[in-house]
Design a protein around this ligand. Structure first.
Ligand SMILES: NC(=O)c1ccc[n+]([C@@H]2O[C@H](COP(=O)([O-])OP(=O)(O)OC[C@H]3O[C@@H](n4cnc5c(N)ncnc54)[C@H](O)[C@@H]3O)[C@@H](O)[C@H]2O)c1
Length: 467
């Protein structure tokens, strides 16, 4: 099928590339000329596993890039809108990009098309898109609007797209339903999983169920899913805070809770809080939607509050490990909002770095993919970007782990300890077993677990100066 994807960001580019992988002819459109230029010239503008391989496979063949929306829409069966929906000052989703695209699509319709919301949008958006298109000259029978929310996670976006837990199709009539079913047939019919060339996934992939709903329900499914996941994160972070007071171990508590199949172990990961371009904004937008409907969804406010407090708690933990912060040299591992991505939008790691710089710390930071994106958003004074985790650790008074990159969970501890001025690690992602750190001679602080060594800063200092 011929498809157009509007927006070539984390969602649009991954969706376009994966639809090409499923056999469709795809044009990915963006009004950012620089981005499209770099995609046309063979670059991969975002860091995502398997994306370079898929781009190499399909670029210039089944997958093309364009800035001209009108041209890209010729003869397509469906148009996926994957532009940004950032928060306004009031916390609502800014729908102006979606509106702009809807207007242009209306003015260029050449044959029947399904206009599909891929962006995360508030309930009733499909109605608004329809109204805008009618006002801009589209004939009522020449299009349908459907909702197909995207659940991919940055860092594993390609795999999530091709091996989804479910495919949600929010459709209000048979015609649009048929088009969307056909688009996803290679996944929903299981054909893709029999291909030898498929992107590696589970050894025995499960064919994803297709959940067909109304457009309204699909829009709500996405907002409610993200709000629920954010709630899970804040809930476990709150439990971690209690563990710290009573001396219990949050990892043991998580295993105990997560073994209940009604709850599940995934997403029960204590840390410095959630971030990224989705959870914070979607939580606010969902809250605004509820407010407009006359429902005061106060749990969501509390989820945000716990998340913000988690950052303050972490900085207090660093202070607790080092006594004073002014002039302390800190190694920081991780700037991205999570491992596996270069995305730094709403990254809690950046928030922690800014707070520590304000306290007068000197920071040597390393992130495997996000340093270039972080640079313009962080102060220059007091911050040095390093080549590796070990480079960052040199002569550090303490090392902080802020992002759950896999490689940060596999550091050579002996080497790390020998490089640092003091062997203190404050782990905001619980990547290590405290007993392993203890055996490596490292004083280890993490989230929701007792500190590994009870030595005072003065004792630590004395030990350091004897070496
Ligand atoms: N990033 C994620 O993990 C994720 C996951 C699921 C859903 N979403 C949702 O998907 C949507 C897109 O998110 P993203 O992270 O890909 O955003 P992004 O900012 O990375 O990409 C958006 C792209 O849209 C382009 N754009 C804006 N206006 C345009 C226009 N008029 N014509 C053509 N292109 C235009 C921008 O130039 C940009 O490249 C958001 O609603 C987001 O909430 C994101």
């Amino acid at each position: 099928m011929r498809l157009a994807i509007i927006g070539s960001g984390y969602v649009g580019l991954v969706a376009a590339t994966c639809f090409a992988e499923l056999g469709h002819e795809v044009t990915c459109v963006d009004n950012d000329r620089q981005k499209i230029g770099s995609l046309q010239s063979g670059e991969t503008p975002i860091f995502e596993e398997f994306l370079p391989e898929l781009l190499a496979r399909h670029r210039g063949r089944r997958l093309t890039f364009a800035t001209d929306l009108k041209q890209a829409l010729a003869d397509v069966a469906a148009v996926f809108i994957a532009v940004g929906t950032p928060p306004t000052e009031e916390g609502e989703a800014d729908m102006s990009y979606v509106e702009e695209v809807s207007r242009t699509v209306a003015q260029t319709l050449d044959s029947y098309k399904v206009v599909v919301e891929k962006s995360t949008v508030p309930v009733f958006t499909h109605d608004w898109i329809r109204k805008v298109m009618l006002l801009n000259g589209a004939a009522p029978e020449s299009f349908d609007v459907a909702s197909n929310p995207e659940f991919l996670r940055e860092g594993s976006a390609v795999r999530d797209f091709l091996y989804p837990d479910r495919i949600v199709l929010g459709v209000d009539n048979q015609r649009s339903s048929r088009v969307l079913h056909e688009i996803y047939e290679p996944l929903a019919g299981g054909r893709y999983y029999q291909q030898e060339s498929r992107i590696p996934g589970p050894a025995e992939p499960r064919v994803p169920p297709v959940i067909v709903t109304s457009s309204k329900s699909a829009e709500l499914i996405k907002h409610a899913s993200n709000a629920f996941l954010a709630t899970k994160v804040s809930f476990i972070n709150a439990v971690a805070s209690i563990c710290e007071v009573v001396g219990a171990d949050i990892q043991q508590v998580c295993d105990g809770i997560g073994a209940d199949s009604r709850i599940g172990r995934r997403f029960l990961n204590p840390g410095i809080g959630y971030g990224g371009s989705c959870f914070p904004k979607d939580l606010k937008a969902f809250h605004a939607v509820a407010r407009e409907c006359g429902y005061d969804f106060r749990i969501l406010e509390e989820v945000s509050r716990v998340n913000e407090e988690q950052l303050q708690r972490f900085v207090r933990k660093v202070k607790g490990a080092l006594w004073t912060l002014r002039g302390k040299k800190l190694a920081v591992l991780g700037l991205a909002f999570k491992g596996g991505t270069d995305d730094i939008r709403e990254s809690p790691a950046l928030a922690v770095v800014k707070m520590l710089l304000r306290e007068g710390c000197e920071i040597r930071a390393f992130d495997p993919a996000a340093m270039e994106r972080a640079r313009p958003l962080l102060p220059q004074q007091g911050l040095i970007y390093c080549e590796s985790a070990y480079d960052a650790a040199e002569r550090a008074d303490a090392l902080l782990i802020l992002t759950d990159w896999k490689e940060f969970a596999a550091l050579e501890l002996e080497r790390l300890r020998s490089l640092m001025a003091y062997p203190i690690v404050v782990d905001g992602r619980n990547l290590y077993d405290p007993a392993v750190m203890s055996a490596a001679g490292i004083i280890y602080y993490s989230i929701g677990r007792p500190a590994q060594a009870a030595e005072s800063p003065m004792e630590v200092s004395a030990r350091g100066s004897q070496r």
